[in-house]
Ligand binder design. Structure first.
Ligand code: MOS
Length: 727
């Protein structure tokens, strides 16, 4: 195993000195044809013989206990083979303590819609009918708090608050200030593929086909839940139709299918309905955010306050980290960054794409625009003036930060005119036209990862890791890293993912997958190259690999010849080390957009939007760009339409599907322009790449909020900015 503990920046720019020339290229995804032709098997689509079908039953009370299930009546219905409500079934996905069993027993109801049982039958329709008909008796407890705005809710401060200097004084003394409160609603990840699992037992070994992001967490979670050793749990997630956080931890279908299959002694499939994906997986917490900004006459921040309120269920560890980017993004020596949390009985709050920054940045960037208007200055200039030299509360340098470059490049590409920011200046027929901009920022993380690379006798290579591809392009970029390092066409590199039998990768979460697992593949390739050097009798620096040939000085040999019968198989691993503590690590960017707001209906159309991003080394120009497009689409959704609506009496979700929870459709999205600012970050990862998946959402809705104000003079501080809030 070639393990690198990442204790110092790796300035040895190996990928660029390789001869193959495929890293960074906009190569299409090898998994694309299978996905678009319907032949790539998703979790529920494996043809497993004798598989029974399970459907979850969910609670119709807010808090209490299940006292009885009429199992006999259900089992008398056609095709029904069992009803199970085992305490090992999970009531909610794991969050906060990755790798451990979820926190709550199933018979204790903590929210309306919580899974409480699974009904299993010969066909899906029979299981669904019996699940609907199942009589459940409860002992309901009244008075569970469900409304985050209710009076008398108990709020407590979360640890980790930053308090520096005297913000109140800075606000009182400031030439210009704003003190504004924004709110954002709950969001759902709404992945295209609903959560699904097929479980089968072979003796005491469990195999589950599931739709999960993090097999490296999910195997220990499922083992812990069921009381099994980890080596008895095998999870397969070769194709995942989106996750966006909702598949980070094991979901209720996984444990339910596993337990039902164990009890029945035959395979069981459980597929969540769309409504169940919405109501019993997880939500992004709603937020209330008070932002205070104090500036001198030139727009230099002297005070910066960002205080947020978020909620979750009792016992959960996770809280939407709203202030994550506020901690490092802007200057201001007098600082208050504090979060308050309360427990309410709505479904589990967990990670939804870019937890923290997705909602924190949209409010902060709208407040920054309000400050720029107050001062009467170009909001672009306000951002440029407030880029701190170092992390403002920790004395750390930034590993890389192309924020100013992104702001300028985006402005130029968009044709930003900051000279007249007065609202209500442009009108086309019944439409008010305006422009707005915002900064993008998101933390960068590196995670532990392992991968195996094999150089085969036929001159092809294989990469194997339990890392997943959730639609992000992992199959593509890992093939590019190996192709580059081994001098192979990526078409000759087979990438095998999403099987827990393979070495543990980083999983797809927190935008760390590409940089982390890519670095593990890189380390494995270095070891393969070292073996080739041994066989060639040369130094690494003298070895050139290109197009399946190795060249050392005047000697040129085919890899097939060097490998012969002795395939070269090596594992590589990356362990985060001191660099994580010695640098502030983050990605940055900018958004510029133009909107039209209908003067009569209040309808907003985004007409064009530009994003410029600095993400370290770009591993594949096309997949990276697609991630940014996706993020910007999320930004438009959270700006204009997306909102979970909970009943204020019992906390049940009233819009649990894609008909009522409005994600943008094609006609809502204009031409999006995405550009990358050239950047390498040797402290971010050995392959000098940073995260990209989540950056494109972080701040985009703020740019739209600012453009709406510029168009029609209405400052909406409650997202989403639906027509009723604009009239
Ligand atoms: Mo992400 S919300 O860590 O999938």
């Amino acid at each position: 195993m070639n393990t690198l503990t990442f204790d110092k920046p790796d300035t040895d720019d190996r990928l660029d000195t390789m001869a193959q020339g495929v890293i960074g290229k906009a190569l299409p995804r090898p998994d694309g044809p299978g996905k678009t032709s319907g032949t790539a098997p998703y979790a529920a689509e494996y043809g497993i013989e004798n598989c029974a079908e399970g459907v979850l039953v969910t609670a119709a009370i807010t808090r209490g206990t299940v006292t009885a299930l009429d199992v006999d009546a259900a089992c008398a219905m056609p095709g029904v083979v069992g009803v199970y409500s085992d305490e090992r079934m999970i009531a909610r996905p794991a969050q906060g303590t990755a790798g451990e069993a979820p926190v709550q027993h199933i018979e204790k109801v903590a929210y309306w819609g919580q899974p409480i049982a699974v009904v299993v039958a010969e066909t899906f329709e029979q299981a669904r009918d019996a699940a609907k008909a199942l009589k459940v008796e409860y002992n309901a407890e009244d008075g569970a708090p469900v409304d985050p705005d209710a009076q008398g809710l108990e709020w407590s401060e979360k640890s980790g608050a930053v308090r520096q200097g005297d913000l109140d004084h800075a606000m009182a003394e400031a030439a210009h200030s704003v003190d504004v409160t924004y709110t954002t609603p709950g969001h759902n990840s709404a992945p295209m593929e609903p959560h699904a699992a097929i479980a089968q037992w072979d003796g005491d070994t469990l195999t589950v086909h599931a739709s999960l992001q993090m097999l490296n967490y999910n195997v220990p979670e499922l083992a812990d839940t069921l009381g099994l050793a980890e080596d008895k749990v095998h999870i397969i997630s070769r194709y995942v139709g989106g996750g966006f956080g909702s598949k980070l931890g094991i979901s209720p279908d996984v444990a339910a299918a596993s337990i039902a299959a164990m009890k029945l002694g035959r395979p069981v499939r459980v597929v969540l309905s769309r409504q169940q994906v919405f109501q019993c997986v997880m939500r992004r917490s709603e937020t209330t955010q008070r932002i205070r900004l104090a500036a001198d006459k030139d727009g230099r921040l002297s005070g910066f306050g960002h205080e947020a309120k978020v909620t979750n269920l009792p016992e959960e560890d996770f809280f939407e980290p709203v202030l994550q980017a506020s901690k490092f993004l802007y200057a201001g020596e007098n600082r208050v960054l504090a979060m308050e949390t309360a427990r309410i009985h709505q479904m589990t709050a967990g990670s939804v794409r870019a937890p923290g920054e997705a909602v924190g940045m949209q409010a902060l960037e709208a407040a920054m625009d309000e400050l720029a208007n107050e001062i009467g200055m170009d909001p672009l200039e306000l951002r440029l003036r407030n880029i701190p030299e170092k992390h403002p509360s920790k004395d750390l340098p930034f590993s890389s930060r192309k924020l100013a470059e992104c702001l300028k490049a985006g402005a130029e590409a968009f044709g930003w005119d900051g000279s007249d920011r007065k609202p209500c200046q442009r009108r086309e027929g019944e439409w008010w036209i305006g422009t707005g901009m915002a900064t993008a920022a998101r933390i960068h993380n590196l995670s532990k990862a392992r991968a195996r690379v094999t150089l085969n006798a036929d001159g092809t290579a294989e990469v194997a890791t339990d890392m997943t591809d959730i639609g992000t392009g992992t199959y593509t970029i890992l093939g590019q890293v190996a192709g580059e390092m081994l001098g192979l066409d990526p078409a000759d590199v087979v990438v095998r993912l999403g099987d827990s039998a393979f070495p543990r990768g980083s999983g797809s979460g927190g935008s760390w997958g590409a940089a982390s697992t890519g670095s593990a593949v890189y380390q494995a390739c270095l070891a393969v190259r070292a073996e080739l050097c041994d066989r060639m009798g040369c130094d690494e620096g003298d070895l050139t690999l290109k197009d399946g040939f190795a060249t050392v000085g005047n000697e040129r040999r085919a890899l097939t010849d060097i490998v012969g019968d002795a395939a070269i198989e090596r594992e590589g691993a990356i362990e985060p080390g001191k660099t994580q503590k010695e640098y502030a690590l983050a990605t940055f960017g900018s958004f510029f957009c133009e909107v039209a707001v209908n003067a009569w209906t209040g309808e907003t159309r985004v007409r064009r939007m530009t994003g410029a991003f600095g993400i370290g080394r770009v591993l594949n120009e096309m997949t990276a760009r697609s991630q940014c497009y996706g993020g910007m689409v999320w930004g438009i959704g959270s700006a204009l339409t997306e909102s979970l609506v909970f009943d204020r009496r019992d906390g049940h979700l009233v819009n649990p599907d894609l008909a009522e929870y409005h994600v943008p459709v094609n006609l809502d999205i204009p031409d999006l322009e995405v550009m990358f600012v050239e950047e390498r970050d040797p402290a971010a990862s050995p392959i000098q790449a940073k995260g990209v998946g989540e950056l494109g959402i972080c701040g985009g809705a703020g740019a739209i909020c600012n453009a709406i104000y510029h168009a029609c003079g209405v400052r909406v501080r409650d997202f989403p900015m639906t027509p009723d809030r604009l009239i």
